[in-house]
Ligand binder design. Structure first.
Ligand SMILES: Nc1nc2c(ncn2[C@@H]2O[C@H](COP(=O)(O)OP(=O)(O)O)[C@@H](O)[C@H]2O)c(=O)[nH]1
Ligand SMILES: [Mg+2]
Length: 571
């Protein structure tokens, strides 16, 4: 199993030199880093361990101004390599980095007491003793990057620590936090990062979030070698043609479609190093991203973080909270919570009572990072999960709207949300045309039924002739009850006559390959204007298509009862 080791420790305590001594690689590559002799950005080097295992080493800056970069580097690592100068002992960023590692849940690692060549034996022994007290349980090794002292022992200690590293989550959807992106001639944009979960292979379709850029993976490398699929826990380089480098810089995530919410809020369980007041503004570090946030205390160790920039989080993710210094950390309980303060809900989620948190429909894919199995006690339709209470509420709402509808057409439009097609069929309503009706409900017209019958008879008697209709209410009543078809703004035809005309048009168009106004008029035996109005209606219904002054059948225009006839649709 591949592992990633990250350095930690105060500036100038010898991290970068130690990385170079271990790997042969100078990770201070920026001109400014070379000039000032300090690390500013993250550095990466491959490291062979004595047990044959290969590891990746991430070198982080120690300067207090670059703690945010240290967090981005530490976020995907399995083991820490804490570096303490033998002469200086622990200094402020030794403690801060250690606290950050702890808050990120990175509890395994080794302490290297560096510059052993520069102190006497007694001082060295004292420094090692202090290191053991500082990080109980971790191996402590005295080393010198200058003379090579202790390097083999250090490699062995890292290999020992690596043995207990737990396997990363390969069963979850892919998520990789980008720590570097660059352009390579002939390849395009390449990003690197640690694959937090899942696997990534050539040909995969992923999203760069936030921003929802769809990307296709061209190739994947691990340790400069092309692999078919990279697995969770590995440091990976992914070639993404067709994406601009700036669209996928540090802080972005590469994720499987629909698997993770992109959210401006996180409900979290907080671990404070210093008390954080309600409403405080702070920096939230998550993955390789950082953003400003407001800390909304929910009480009892819980809070909602309201973020200025969205994050791609999952339940169980760790975040770091910083002001001038590191104030604490948090574990994500709900990566996409509602806005209001709801302590009860957060506590239920923490106890694993997920069903209690689901009300209106949520896509099952958006819960994959929270769910281990199908939650019990929730309803499901297609990919949507929702509560029984919510469904009952929806039914009540729709009933109220149907009751309030015009008796001429006593229906209400179904909800327009994406879940509607899956959820609405569960309700005891009939979908006719574009509206929901009570089962068997028919339009009524109060005391005007006689007039409606008279108009229907008039239409029937008019045959293929377009009849002017003055009374909008009557016309609408006959239309929704499937007995009248409108022709233009002011005319109508009886539904049966319309269907006959439609059949004539179909047969003629099939036989002759086209339909002309003159020929259609002859077939109907009516005036030119009647035929014209009918043809225009056919066009609107998708039966025919106008080509010059002729009409041809549209592809798919077919037999009666295909739902294209307006009379058929209303019935
Ligand atoms: N004598 C001695 N000096 C060292 C050793 N390692 C680092 N140094 C010195 O410490 C300085 C800072 O080291 P560097 O690795 O850049 O520290 P970092 O800020 O922790 O990365 C270097 O420029 C060296 O002068 C060592 O093993 N022995
Ligand atoms: Mg350095």
């Amino acid at each position: 199993m591949p592992i990633t080791v990250g350095t930690a420790g105060h500036i100038d305590h010898g991290k970068t030199w130690l990385v170079r001594a271990l790997t042969g690689k100078d990770t201070d590559r920026l001109p400014e880093e070379r000039r000032r002799g300090i690390s500013i950005d993250l550095g990466y080097a491959p490291l062979e361990l004595p047990d044959g295992r290969s590891a990746s080493l991430v070198d982080v800056p120690g300067h207090e101004r670059f703690v945010h970069t240290m967090v981005a580097g530490a976020t995907g690592i399995d083991l820490f390599l804490l570096v303490v100068d033998a002469a200086e002992g622990a200094r402020p960023q030794t403690h801060e980095h250690l606290a950050i590692l702890h808050l990120l849940g990175i509890d395994r690692g080794v302490v290297a007491v560096t510059k052993a060549d520069a102190v006497d034996a007694e001082t060295l022994e004292l420094a090692c003793e202090e290191a053991r007290e500082l990080v109980p349980g971790a191996g402590v090794v005295a080393v010198s990057a200058k003379t090579g002292l202790g390097l083999d022992e250090l490699r062995a200690a890292l290999a020992r620590a690596a043995e207990g590293v737990e396997r990363a989550r390969s069963d979850r959807p892919a998520r990789l936090f980008v720590d570097r992106s660059f352009s390579l001639r002939g390849i395009g944009t390449v990003v690197t990062g640690t694959l937090w979960s899942g696997s990534i292979g050539a040909g995969d379709e992923l999203f760069a979030e936030p921003g929802s850029h769809r990307v296709r993976v061209r190739s994947v490398q691990v340790h400069d070698r092309e692999v078919e699929r990279a697995e969770a826990g590995q440091r990976v380089a992914v070639a993404l043609p067709g994406v601009e480098r700036r669209e996928i810089g540090r802080g972005r995530a590469l994720v499987e479609p629909d698997a993770y919410p992109v959210s401006y809020r996180l409900d979290v369980a907080v671990r404070e190093l210093e008390p954080i007041p309600d409403g405080a503004r702070l920096q939230v570090h998550h993955g390789t991203s950082r953003t400003v946030a407001r800390f909304v205390a929910l009480g009892d160790g819980h809070a909602q973080l309201r973020l200025r920039e969205p994050v791609v989080a999952a339940r169980g993710d760790r975040v770091i909270l910083r002001g001038e210094t590191t104030l604490g950390g948090a574990v994500v309980l709900d990566p996409a919570p509602p806005r209001h303060r709801d302590r009860d809900r957060v506590e239920r989620i923490e106890r694993g009572e997920l069903a209690a948190t689901i009300s209106s429909p949520v896509h099952v894919a958006s819960l994959r990072h929270v769910l281990d199995a199908e939650p019990e006690g929730v309803e499901r339709a297609g990919p949507w999960l929702f509560s029984r209470d919510w469904l009952a509420g929806l039914e009540r709402d729709l009933r109220v709207r149907i009751d309030a509808a015009d008796p001429i057409d006593p229906g209400a439009p179904p909800p327009a949300e994406p879940w509607a097609a899956d959820v609405v069929p569960l309700l005891p309503f009939e979908l006719r045309g574009a509206k929901l009706y009570l089962p068997g409900a028919t339009p009524t017209l109060g005391g005007r039924a006689d007039e409606a019958i008279a108009l229907a008879e008039e239409l029937a008697a008019a045959g293929f002739r377009a009849t002017p209709v003055e009374d909008a209410e009557l016309a609408r009543f006959l239309e929704v009850s499937g007995r009248l078809v409108r022709l233009g703004e002011r005319h109508a035809i009886g539904a049966e006559n319309y269907e006959r005309a439609r059949q004539l048009a179909l047969e003629e168009a099939r036989a002759a390959g086209e339909l002309t106004l003159g020929r259609f008029r002859d077939l109907l035996g009516t005036g030119r204007r009647d035929a014209q109005l009918l043809l225009e209606r056919f066009d609107r219904d998708g039966l025919t298509r106008r080509v010059g002054d002729r009409r041809v059948l549209r592809l798919g225009a077919s037999s009666p009862g295909d739902g294209r006839s307006p009379a058929g649709r209303a019935g």
